[in-house]
Design a protein around this ligand. Structure first.
Ligand code: MN
Ligand code: MN
Length: 345
């Protein structure tokens, strides 16, 4: 690719490794927002680790819904909705959660090892470090108000934190009883399901609002590609795609129309971004399986693949359009390939 070409496009790649973590005794968080990663206007990501008993405190988000994927360990969440309905859930590796915008929640690392998870938000301008945390709120409110609200003498509230705690420590064991009064669950065990696509070269698990009804504004999943496998050229008519490399090495191609394109090499702990409608492909360039977290800012999963598009048109049309003989066009896949195996035919 010419440098003249790539100068006109934003960076489609961002590394979390270079990001400063917000670090506390019971955990840390690193984020990728539109401020650091300008192309990611509609989706932001936060990688977080919590030690056992580390509590990402009670908080809400004013400008984004939260979609979480458990990379490792065990987690417990609490959530309340505007109707006063609530849910407590426990999660393991491969499970996801969805918290609608503005709903109050907390996230707790459980034993034995705590947890690492990725949070994805449907707004690039989201900041994990400007959330509405309960300790920040109560410390900013006149003590007479807090005292009246909590029906407690002000003197008994002396130990209330005087600023945001962000990650607290739980010192007493919490009874792990499941509380639930919400009509729709906030939890979905993604990797316990049958993959949406199971091809020779890899698999895709997806949770859209069809599989996970509460997730009305986001769809997310895991894509595994075997070495050399290609997630074929395709585009998403209705959503941006945010991608995080959990393990492995990939090459992402992004086509931006008007003779503009970019080829991006990504490895572990890096994020790739494809704006809505841009053509793209993903190839595993490493020697082991790659595991990718893929999230869209729509509750509906939509895609159109090159092979299904071409095979739905008359060979004569494709032959004329691509300036290729018909006997060559006849060899193209006759239906959507989705993932092409790295092994030669
Ligand atoms: Mn949150
Ligand atoms: Mn895609």
């Amino acid at each position: 690719m010419s440098s003249e070409n790539s100068d006109k496009l934003p960076e489609f790649k961002f590394s979390l490794s270079g990001q400063q973590a917000r670090e506390l005794p019971m955990g840390w968080a690193k984020q990728a927002t539109v401020t650091d990663f300008p192309v990611s206007k509609n989706i932001a990501g936060v990688l977080m680790e919590l030690k056992p008993n580390g509590l990402r405190e009670l908080h809400w988000h004013a400008n984004a819904a939260e979609w979480g994927f458990v990379i490792s360990g065990n987690v417990r969440t609490t959530i309340i909705d505007p109707q006063g309905r609530y849910e407590t859930n426990e999660f393991k590796e491969g499970d996801i959660w969805y918290f609608p915008r503005g709903h109050g929640h907390s996230i707790e690392g459980l034993g034995p090892d705590g947890t690492t998870f990725m949070l994805v938000f449907d707004n690039g301008a989201f900041s994990e470090f400007a959330t509405f945390s309960i300790t920040d709120w109560l410390s900013q409110t006149p003590v007479e108000i807090v005292s009246k609200n909590l029906q407690t003498d002000a003197v008994d509230l002396n130990n209330l934190p005087d600023k945001e705690v962000y990650i607290a420590e739980i010192k007493e064991k919490i009874e792990s009883k499941k509380l639930d009064s919400t009509p729709l669950t906030h939890k979905y065990s993604l990797l316990s399901q049958i993959p949406l696509r199971d091809c020779d070269g890899g698999k895709l698990w997806i949770a859209s609002s069809e599989e996970f009804p509460i997730s009305t504004t986001m769809t997310g999943g895991i894509l595994v590609l075997n070495p050399g496998a290609l997630r074929e050229l395709h585009w998403h008519p209705n959503a941006d795609e945010w991608l995080y490399v959990i393990s492995g090495k990939i090459r992402l191609t992004v086509f931006a129309s008007s003779g503009l394109s970019s080829v991006v090499e990504l490895s572990e702990n890096e994020i790739g971004y494809t704006p809505m409608g841009y053509g793209h492909s993903i190839e595993n360039t490493g020697d082991s399986d790659c595991r990718l977290l893929i999230v869209f800012n729509s509750g509906t999963y939509e895609e159109i693949s090159l092979s299904s598009w071409l095979s739905s048109n008359p060979d004569e049309l494709v032959s004329a359009n691509l300036n290729l003989p018909r006997d060559i066009v006849k060899k193209f896949p006759k239906k959507e390939a989705f993932i092409l195996s790295g092994n030669k035919k």
